[in-house]
Design a protein around this ligand. Structure first.
Ligand SMILES: N[C@@H](CCSC[C@H]1O[C@@H](n2cnc3c(=O)[nH]cnc32)[C@H](O)[C@@H]1O)C(=O)O
Ligand SMILES: [Zn+2]
Length: 448
């Protein structure tokens, strides 16, 4: 029986409950082809083409009228600390090391699993609203993160951030938290959520502990998520202590492989880029966070692309961004590269869109990131009626340079509808819950 959402209330909760065979009619692709898209009840795209609707109207449980929309793949946020939404606006306009050690880490010491749950609920809400369907997340209390992600319906690679500063007892504790998380996520059996290991950075995890993390990632065949070459100080200190760059140190300790997703890479040298390319490691670029925290140099995209390194995009945590809007991130990436490297042709619109979609899916190992038969239906419909999309000389240019998170109308992840025509179930409860959780966090810190 066909259910047509365009004649149904957007608040019909049945729409959002599970993946069903769906036909999207008359939507535009970025190459300006007007097509219908049909995906099955497993969330796999089966057919795309002009006028396939006659053939598949009977097969589809849901028909979405896509006229007046542009369909792009759902966006991949490949480096974030989702629950840091609760710290949005808590500490701004500071030096990075001072920001971390004087403001962020002391407040994070008061976090509970409940805060992380609500912070992640808020993050997922914000991401879905702005077209993001997947995240690579590093934080604390990750079982609570997993619960929030599962409820939201997005994809996530989750790791417990490991910081040891050389302390053996802390390593043991952090590895236990990691093993616990891996076991927990595997027992949940949700194909959208995967575990990873997260040595925070070469400056918070010494070489002998990085080796332990690398071995674990190899044995379990899971992603190793880390921060790399974010500041000049990190690179200088690493040279002094270890006689090599942070990238070379990651390699020496076995941390560089095709399972590696390293955030930032602002201070990578050309040799570092070659090494990353040889190892097949991925870099997650976070231009807004880098500019806000004044890392002093933009990630060398020209060297990375020349050495065939897969570069994806991320927002970083909400305390250094201060939102999770990947449209803002795409535009900032494209203009930051041009400005910093003084090259008006560097990182054009099409490349930045791939960075936020197919490169992200590749970094995280999901068979998605493009609207193509055989891949998962991760689809974001943008309103062509929004001022930011008018006129439509070049849809790709509009997506990269003028669209905003609020241009997004409908979001589908693995075939499941997460937002339909701007409506997300339980939005108000999430906003209320997260804001009282943020108040509670600050109260606890003040009481101490
Ligand atoms: N288990 C660790 C927690 C690490 S979670 C990952 C950490 O990365 C921090 N973080 C967020 N943004 C950045 C950044 O830009 N650079 C470095 N660290 C960051 C974040 O605040 C969080 O403390 C502990 O015992 O402290
Ligand atoms: Zn980070």
């Amino acid at each position: 029986m066909s259910k047509q959402p365009d004649t149904t209330s957007v608040k019909d909760l049945e729409l959002y409950t599970k993946t069903r065979s769906t036909l999207i009619t008359g939507t535009l692709l970025p190459d300006k082809r007007k097509v219908d898209i049909w995906y099955d009840e497993t969330g796999t795209i089966r057919e795309i083409g002009p006028d396939i609707s006659h053939a598949h109207k009977g097969d589809a449980d849901i028909i979405i009228d896509g006229s007046g929309t542009l369909a792009i793949p759902g966006l991949y946020n490949t480096h974030t600390h989702a629950a840091m939404t609760l710290l949005r606006g808590y500490a701004d306009d500071m030096h990075l090391q001072q920001w971390l050690s004087e403001k962020i880490w002391p407040l994070e010491a008061h976090l509970t699993g409940d805060h992380v749950y609500w912070g992640t609920k808020l993050a997922c809400l914000e991401m879905i609203r702005s077209g993001t369907v997947a995240m690579n997340d590093m934080y604390f209390f990750m079982k609570d993160t997993a619960r929030a992600v599962e409820e939201a319906g997005i994809r996530a690679v989750l790791c417990h951030g490991i910081i040891t500063f050389g302390d053996e007892a802390k390593l043991e504790q952090e590895m236990k938290a990691t093993e616990d998380l891996v076991r927990h996520i595997r027992s949940q059996n949700n194909p959208l959520i995967r575990p990873a290991i997260g040595p925070h950075a070469p400056y918070t995890v010494p070489p002998q502990h990085l080796e332990v993390c690398a071995e674990y990632s190899r044995n379990e065949d899971i992603i190793l998520h880390t921060h790399l070459a974010e500041t000049k100080q990190e690179v200088d200190d690493c040279q002094k202590t270890n006689g090599m760059s942070p990238a070379a140190l990651l390699d020496k300790t076995g941390c560089l492989s095709s399972r590696t997703v390293a955030a930032h890479g602002c201070w990578l040298t050309e040799d570092d880029c070659r090494l990353l390319g040889e190892r097949g490691a991925h870099i997650a670029h976070n231009p807004v966070s880098n500019m806000k925290l004044a890392t002093g140099r933009a990630m060398p995209y020209h060297h990375l692309s020349e050495k065939k390194v897969n570069v994806s995009l991320g927002t970083d945590g909400c305390s250094s961004n201060n939102n999770l809007d990947m449209f803002e991130e795409m535009k900032t990436a494209a203009i930051c590269q041009k400005f910093f490297w003084n090259s008006d042709t560097l990182l054009p619109a099409g490349e930045v869109l791939s960075m936020a979609t197919s490169s992200g899916a590749r970094a995280l190992g999901y068979s998605a990131g493009e609207i193509k038969p055989g891949l998962s239906a991760d689809i974001c419909l943008l309103s062509l009626n929004h001022p930011s999309m008018v006129p439509l000389h070049n849809p790709v240019s509009n997506v990269a340079y003028s669209a905003l998170g609020c241009t997004v109308q409908t979001v589908i992840c693995n075939g499941k509808i997460l937002m339909y025509e701007g409506y997300i179930p339980q939005e108000q409860e999430i906003i209320t819950g997260a804001s009282s959780s943020a108040t509670d966090l600050l109260d606890r810190a003040a009481r101490q």
